[in-house]
Design a binder for this molecule. Structure first.
Ligand code: HEC
Ligand code: HEC
Ligand code: HEC
Length: 112
C-alpha cells in the first residue's frame, strides 16, 4: 500500500508538474517512543519550501514510521544533530531542546 502511494505520487508529479509541490508524504504521527509527535510535510514542503533531498537524502526514508524502528530515534540523537535535529538545532530551525509542545502536539509544553 505504501509503495502504491509512492508510485501514484511519482506518476502525478511526472504527469502534472503544476501539482508537484503537493505530492509529498502528508502528515506523519509517531507512535514510539512516545505517542505524540506530528511531522507535517505541508508545513515543511509547501510553506517552508524545503526540498525533498534535505530530509530524504540522509535523515529519513520515504516511508512513514520507519525512523521509530531505530533505537536511537530519541531526543539525545536530535540534540546531536540527527533526524529532526539536523535542522532543529537553533540555527536552521528552532532547537530540539525548546518548544517541546510544538513537536509533541499531544502534550503541553514541559509535560512530555
Ligand atoms: C523537513 C523534512 C522533510 C522534507 C523536506 C520532505 N520529507 Fe518526506 N518525510 C519526512 C519524514 C520525517 C517522513 C517519515 C519518515 C519516517 O517516519 O521514518 C517522510 C515520509 C515521506 C513519505 C512516506 C509517507 C508514507 O505515508 O509512508 C513520502 C512518500 C515522502 N516523505 C515524500 C516526500 C517528498 C516527495 C518530498 C519533497 C516534495 C518530501 N517528502 C520532503 C520528512 C521530509
Ligand atoms: C531539513 C530541515 C528540517 C528537518 C529535518 C525538520 N524540520 Fe521541522 N522545520 C524546519 C524549518 C526550516 C522550520 C521553520 C522554522 C522554524 O519554525 O524554526 C520548521 C518548523 C517546524 C515546526 C514548527 C511548526 C510551526 O507551526 O511553527 C515543527 C512542529 C516541526 N518543524 C517539526 C519537525 C519534526 C517533528 C521533524 C522530524 C520528524 C522536523 N521538523 C524535521 C526544518 C526542518
Ligand atoms: C523538533 C521536534 C521535537 C522537539 C522540539 C522535541 N521533541 Fe521530543 N521527540 C521528537 C521525536 C521525533 C521523537 C521520537 C518519536 C517519538 O517518540 O514519538 C521524540 C521523542 C521524545 C521522547 C521519547 C524518547 C526519548 O528521547 O526518551 C521524550 C521523552 C521527548 N521526546 C521529550 C521532549 C521534551 C521534554 C522536549 C522539549 C525540551 C522535546 N521532546 C522536544 C521530536 C521533538
Amino acid at each position: 500500500m505504501k509503495n502504491y502511494c509512492a508510485i501514484i505520487a511519482i506518476t502525478l508529479s511526472t504527469a502534472m508538474p503544476a501539482l508537484a509541490a503537493e505530492n509529498h508524504g502528508g502528515d506523519v504521527v509517531y507512535t514510539k517512543a512516545v505517542k505524540t509527535v506530528l511531522f507535517s510535510h505541508k508545513l515543511h514542503v509547501e510553506e517552508k519550501k524545503l526540498s525533498c533531498d534535505l530530509c530524504h537524502a540522509r535523515n529519513f526514508v520515504m516511508q512513514s514510521l520507519k525512523a521509530q524502528e531505530n533505537d536511537d530515534f530519541t531526543m539525545k540523537s536530535m540534540m546531536n544533530g540527527k533526524y529532526c535535529g539536523a535542522c532543529h538545532n537553533g540555527i536552521m530551525a528552532f532547537a530540539s531542546n525548546t518548544r517541546c509542545g510544538d513537536c509533541h502536539t499531544g502534550v503541553k509544553r514541559g509535560g512530555a
